[in-house]
Design a protein around this ligand. Structure first.
Ligand SMILES: Cc1cc2nc3c(=O)[nH]c(=O)nc-3n(C[C@H](O)[C@H](O)[C@H](O)COP(=O)(O)O)c2cc1C
Length: 229
């Protein structure tokens, strides 16, 4: 009798797991019908660090964030939080010259996740980076996995998997990945617009706290010098 109940429970767990995976897979599949023009992402940084003093300090920092950010997008919030802690300047892939990246102690690469990878512009930039030895880098993103259904663990797993393409290209260029950050982001791609989007309010206060803690960890582990420009 006890054995039958245990079997029942484990079958129920398996069914629930399979259902969750299916819903998540469906949401992913439905969000993957994009071209760059409809991603909403822009390679122009419209709202960098709000505080001009912070921007001036960041201009002298040896930490750089290269990101594809939509105005008021989810990843922009995360990028701003990390940049503020690191005292880093944020630039788009088009704004950086790969040859001049040598001057930085730490470089972050980030965007939303589109078709299970970072934005094309970031991947293209990674391909064009001159080979370096042991330059420290970190990767970040927000993704549209439906967190209310899938849970935080699956969102984290989705980040890890979706970072693979950028990670591979950076490692190939000789970068050492010293940290990765990902969290849920608001997603109103495709048919999700009809429901007003999913992951409303994400990244939330907890995500932002995690992003700041992540940046603090980087700051403590990487010796970021000040520039003299
Ligand atoms: C065209 C398109 C494709 C997307 N593809 C995926 C995907 O494959 N996996 C995923 O988790 N989220 C996907 N998303 C959701 C975005 O990654 C998510 O909304 C992210 O927070 C967007 O970041 P942003 O607001 O900074 O642009 C997609 C969104 C769009 C617009």
């Amino acid at each position: 009798m006890l054995l039958l109940r245990a079997r029942d429970r484990s079958a129920r767990r398996r069914r629930r797991g399979a259902a969750l995976a299916m819903i998540a897979a469906l949401a992913m599949a439905c969000t993957s019908t994009r071209t760059d023009t409809v991603s909403g992402a822009t390679t122009t940084i419209t709202e960098p660090l709000a505080d001009p003093t912070a921007e001036a300090a960041a201009a002298k920092s040896k930490a750089l964030i290269i990101a594809v950010l939509a105005p008021k997008g989810s990843t922009a919030k995360v990028a701003d939080a990390i940049a503020t802690v690191l005292g880093a300047v944020i630039r788009s892939p088009e704004q950086v010259k790969p040859a001049t990246l040598e001057g930085y102690d730490l470089i972050g690469f980030g965007s939303g996740i589109f078709d299970a990878k970072h934005h094309e512009a970031l991947l293209r930039l990674a391909d064009s980076l001159p080979r370096t030895a042991d330059r420290k880098a970190f990767i970040f993103s927000t993704n549209g996995m439906p967190v209310a259904i899938a849970g935080e663990e699956m969102v984290a797993e989705n980040s890890r998997i979706s970072h693979a393409e950028l990670r591979r290209r950076l490692v190939l260029a000789g970068y050492r990945i010293v940290g990765e950050f990902g969290c849920a982001g608001f997603n109103d791609n495709s048919f999700l617009k009809l429901f007003g989007g999913i992951n409303k309010g994400r990244p939330d206060a907890k995500d932002m706290e995690r992003a700041r803690a992540f940046a603090l960890g980087l700051k403590e582990s990487v010796d970021i010098q000040r520039g003299n420009e």
